[in-house]
Design a protein around this ligand. Structure first.
Ligand SMILES: *Cc1c(COP(=O)(O)O)cnc(C)c1O
Length: 337
C-alpha cells in the first residue's frame, strides 16, 4: 500500500497513545482490553475526524480552495474539528448544522463559534442535505469552497484510517501485542471502512466490530454496502485493487437505544465505569454507546479471558457538557442510593 504520494496536511498529534486498561480488565474478569486514544489527536480537543481532515484539507489546498464547507448535527465533532482545521490552515469555514439556533450555545457548537466558523441552520436535515445550496451561494460570492461530506466520509477521508492501521501495526510490534478484535463506534462509515481497508492491505488479521450509532436514512444503501464501497475506493487510492463486499463488515446495531444523540442507561453506565476505573472520558453520543455495547458483549461472554480487545476511542468529549443535565442526574441518583 502506498500513501506517501498523496498530499497530507499535518493537523493531528500522531501517533496517539495505545494503552492497557488494566484496572478495568481486572474488574471485569474477561478479555484484556486496550484503548487507542484518538480522543488525543489534538486539533481543538481531539477526535477521529482529525485523521480524515489531514487528507481532505490537503486536497482543498491543492485545488486552491479558500473555504471549507461541511455539515452535521448541532453537536457534531466533525464540524468542530473541521472549523479548527480551517483556522489552522488559513481557510474560512461554513457549517450546515441540523436543528435551530439554541439560545445558549454550548459543547461543540460553542467551540465552532470560537473557532470562527459561519453556521447555517438546516432544520430537520443534519446529514448535509442542503450543503450544495451553501456551496453554490459561496461560488456566487466569488469564493472557492471545498465541500466535505457528512462525517468527512468519502474515500479521501477514509484514507486517514488506512494510515491509522499502519500506525497501529507499528505500535503493536513495539508492544509485542496481538489483538483479536478492535471495537469502534461506526456512524458515517469512514472510520470503519478506512480501518478495514488498512488492516486488509497490511495483512493484519484482526476482527473489526463496528457498533452502530444511528440508523441510516430511508432510501440510503444498506450501511454495510456503503462501507464496502468506501473501503474499496480508499484501497484504490492507496494503490490496491482489493474489492470489499458487505460480508467483510461486522456492524452491531443492537445499541441504538432511543436514537442518535439521546444517551440512555447504556451510555451513562459506560461513561461512569471508564471514568471511575481508568480516569478516561468517553462521550454520550458515540464512544459511550460503543463502549457500552462492548461491555455488554464482554458480560455476555463473547470474548474469553485469553483474548485481547482494543477499544478505538474516537473522541467526542465536548458533547459531555451539552448533556450535563442527563449525566449529572445519574450522579445524584447514585449518591442518594
Ligand atoms: C464521527 C464520530 C464517530 C464515527 O466515525 P464515522 O467515521 O462517522 O463512522 C465516532 N466517534 C466520534 C466521537 C465521532 O465524532
Amino acid at each position: 500500500m502506498h500513501l506517501d504520494h498523496l498530499p497530507r496536511q499535518r493537523l493531528a498529534s500522531l501517533p496517539t497513545p495505545l494503552q492497557p486498561l488494566e484496572r478495568l480488565s481486572k474488574a471485569l474478569g474477561g478479555p484484556q482490553i486496550w484503548i487507542k486514544r484518538d480522543d488525543q489527536t489534538g486539533l481543538a480537543l481531539g477526535g477521529n475526524k482529525a485523521r480524515k481532515l489531514e487528507f481532505l484539507v490537503a486536497d482543498a489546498l491543492r485545488q486552491g480552495c479558500d473555504t471549507l464547507v461541511t455539515a452535521g448535527a448541532a453537536q457534531s465533532n466533525h464540524c468542530r474539528q473541521t472549523a479548527a482545521a480551517a483556522a489552522a490552515s488559513g481557510l474560512d469555514c461554513h457549517l450546515v448544522l441540523g436543528g435551530e439556533p439554541p439560545a445558549a450555545p454550548n459543547g461543540n457548537l460553542l467551540l465552532d463559534q470560537l473557532l470562527g466558523a459561519s453556521v447555517h441552520w438546516s432544520g430537520p436535515a443534519r446529514r448535509g442535505e442542503t450543503l450544495e445550496r451553501v456551496v453554490a451561494a459561496l461560488h456566487d460570492d466569488g469564493r472557492h469552497p471545498y465541500a466535505i461530506p457528512y462525517g468527512g466520509s468519502n474515500a479521501l477521508g477514509a484514507l486517514g484510517f488506512v494510515a491509522a492501521a499502519e500506525e497501529l501495526r507499528d505500535q503493536l510490534r513495539a508492544e509485542a501485542l496481538q489483538l483479536d478484535t478492535i471495537v469502534i463506534a461506526s456512524s458515517s462509515g469512514g472510520t470503519q471502512a478506512g480501518l478495514a481497508a488498512g488492516l486488509r492491505l497490511l495483512d493484519m488479521e484482526i476482527e473489526l466490530v463496528g457498533i452502530g450509532i444511528d440508523k441510516g436514512e430511508a432510501g440510503d444503501a444498506p450501511y454495510r454496502e456503503q462501507l464496502a464501497t468506501l473501503a474499496s475506493a480508499a484501497a484504490r487510492l492507496a494503490g490496491s485493487d482489493t474489492l470489499f463486499a458487505e460480508d467483510d463488515f461486522i456492524v452491531d446495531e443492537g445499541y441504538l437505544g432511543a436514537g442518535y444523540g439521546i444517551p440512555g442507561d447504556l451510555e451513562r453506565e459506560a461513561i461512569g465505569l471508564l471514568a471511575r476505573s481508568e480516569g478516561i472520558l468517553v462521550d454520550p453520543v458515540y464512544t459511550g454507546r460503543a463502549f457500552g455495547g462492548m461491555l455488554d458483549q464482554i458480560r455476555q461472554g463473547r470474548w474469553g479471558a485469553d483474548q485481547t480487545l482494543l477499544f478505538w476511542h474516537t473522541g467526542g468529549a465536548p458533547a459531555l457538557f451539552h448533556h450535563a443535565a442527563e449525566l449529572a442526574a445519574d450522579v445524584d441518583t447514585k449518591e442518594r442510593g
